[in-house]
Design a protein around this ligand. Structure first.
Ligand code: FAD
Ligand code: 2HG
Ligand code: ZN
Length: 486
């Protein structure tokens, strides 16, 4: 991806010089700075999809909140642009520099601060890896209320900054509900701390909410306090096959009624997504065939195995008897449970293994949700760009999957290479389609760089003006994550 046709460097930002470097060297240890070494900076300059690449010459790794504050104070006074970076697993090009912005990595700010095993309140630095936090909580009998495929790399601060949704939102709700407090450093270096907030706190505006999902544009999150539920004692996973998108909706409706309080995930995957994962994992599908039109992954989590097993078996028995579910498998042990989840969690990786992927992460009313995948494939076919086998065509196919329980579709257009021709067919077509159904162009990944010019498809001019006002108030020099959505 080149940026020249989309955005120009803002000359109001200072270009880094020797004096700036000398300042950072005076406040940080040598191992907290990477400068001028293209190879060492390569990982941080490029995003997970290898779609966006910046040209930063400097990466800083503060170890304390005070160091973050000193860095930002200096950058703000000198108009040096900064991109906050967590685990760099974001999917909208928000975590990498566009030009020469300084990369402020939170990866060395990575201590667990405290855990209260009566209230379930967990506090940690922003740079703690999500999986590390969850493993720590598991030892105490608790669970992090968010889980996603990137857990081994993404940061707690990063998921809060993007307001990630993940695989269990249906059960534990969004981070806007579970995050109790934040420690944030504003653009001018001011530290705002609400980490001591308890579950209920109606003293004026709930300021932390502004930073949840702000994608590094309003402040740098340095600490997070989050309410964690008890870890479920009994977990079941089943993968089912159905013949149509209508059946996916029917099974969802029934699952909500019949599994009710133990339902902890309800994911759907279309046929092509499973064929791609099958190629990627080099395995046969657990339901023997990967040629059912749709698959569903159901997870239940509860406190009594016998009770949950019985509920799930009755539910599946009924669904097979009445013909909605054509085939299915229930994991018999922990290994099989993980392997069933793999068929879902590996779709993002599998959909880009042939060269690249155009990703659209959208909310659409359930009845219309899969229609977007069909519409995208029709549009690409009409343009003569798509063929699953023929490698002379740029597009492999558009696949659909996602968190059906949350009304969230992931449309992934698997391509053999990134090309303007394909992008022009997809955009703004996809955004217009979503708008026509009154959906959202970003359900959980954010806007970042990818959707910077498309916010108007989901927000009104009045809302956009308010967003800009808030940005200007918190970051008047615009040093935080420039060239992105705001
Ligand atoms: P980064 O990618 O480094 O940054 C993301 C954004 O947040 C950037 O704009 C950055 O500037 C900002 N940022 C990061 N840290 C801070 C901070 N401390 N303070 C201020 N701003 C900061 N998302 C979902 O919602 N649900 C999923 O199920 C899901 N699954 C995924 C699966 C895979 C395999 C991958 C690669 C990604 C997935 N994602 C999912 C995308 C998701 O957005 C990221 O994984 C995660 O939220 C980003 O965390 P990170 O630490 O990598 O942040
Ligand atoms: C998921 O649900 C993630 O797997 C990634 O949100 C989705 O890659 C995607 O489009
Ligand atoms: Zn997702």
């Amino acid at each position: 991806e080149t940026y020249a046709d989309k955005v120009q460097r803002n000359q109001a930002y200072k270009k880094l010089d020797e004096g700036d470097l000398a300042y950072f060297q005076s406040i940080l240890e040598p191992n907290q700075i990477i400068s001028n070494n293209e190879d060492d900076l390569a990982f941080y300059n490029e995003d997970w999809m290898r779609k966006y690449r910046g040209q930063s010459k400097l990466l800083l790794k503060p170890k304390t909140t005070e160091q973050v504050s000193e860095i930002l104070k200096y950058c703000n006074s000198n108009k040096l642009a900064v991109v906050p970076q967590g685990g760099n697993t974001g999917l909208v090009g928000g975590s990498i520099p566009v030009f020469d912005e300084i990369i402020l990595s939170l990866s060395s700010l990575n201590k667990i601060r405290s855990f209260d095993n009566v209230s379930g309140i967990f506090k940690c630095d922003a740079g703690v890896i999500l999986e590390t936090a969850d493993q720590y909580l598991a030892e105490q009998g608790y669970i992090f209320p968010l889980d996603l495929g990137a857990k081994g790399s993404c940061h707690v601060g990063g998921v809060v900054a993007t307001n990630a949704g993940g695989l269990r939102l249906i059960r534990y709700g969004s981070l806007h509900g579970t995050v109790l407090g934040l420690e944030v450093v504003l653009a001018d270096g001011t530290i705002v701390n609400s980490l001591d907030s308890l579950r209920k706190d109606n003293t004026g505006y709930d300021l932390k909410q502004l930073f949840i999902g702000s994608e590094g544009s309003l402040g740098v999150i340095t600490g997070v306090s989050i309410l964690c539920p008890a870890r479920p004692q009994a977990v079941n996973v089943a993968v089912l096959a159905v013949d149509s998108y209508e059946s996916v909706q029917k099974v969802f409706n029934d699952a909500r009624k019949e599994l009710s309080e133990i339902l902890s995930a309800f994911e759907f995957m279309d046929e092509t997504s499973q064929i791609l994962v099958s190629k990627y994992l080099k395995l046969d599908h657990p339901i023997e065939s990967d040629s059912y039109p749709f698959y569903i992954l159901i997870e239940t989590s509860g406190s009594n195995k016998e009770h949950d097993d019985e509920k799930l078996e009755t539910f599946l028995g009924n669904a097979m008897e009445n013909g909605i579910v054509l085939d299915g498998i229930i994991a018999q042990d922990e290994t099989q449970l993980r392997s069933l989840w793999n068929w879902r969690e590996n779709i993002p990786e599998a959909s880009q293994m042939q060269g690249g992927v155009y990703k659209y992460d959208v909310s659409i009313p359930l009845k219309d949700l899969y229609g977007l995948v069909e519409a995208a494939n029709e549009k690409l076919e009409a343009a003569g760009l798509v063929d699953f086998e023929d490698i002379s065509k740029p597009v492999v196919k558009a696949v659909g999957y996602g968190h059906i329980g949350d009304g969230n579709l992931h449309l992934n257009v698997a391509v053999r290479k990134y090309s303007k021709e394909v992008e022009k067919v997809l955009e703004p077509f996809v955004y217009e389609w979503i708008q026509s159904k009154k959906g959202s162009i970003s359900a959980e990944h954010g806007l970042g760089f990818q959707k910077k010019n498309y916010i108007q498809y989901s927000k009104s001019p009045v809302e956009i003006a308010l967003i800009k006002d808030i940005k200007h108030h918190y970051d008047p020099n615009g040093i935080l994550n420039p060239y992105k959505y705001v």
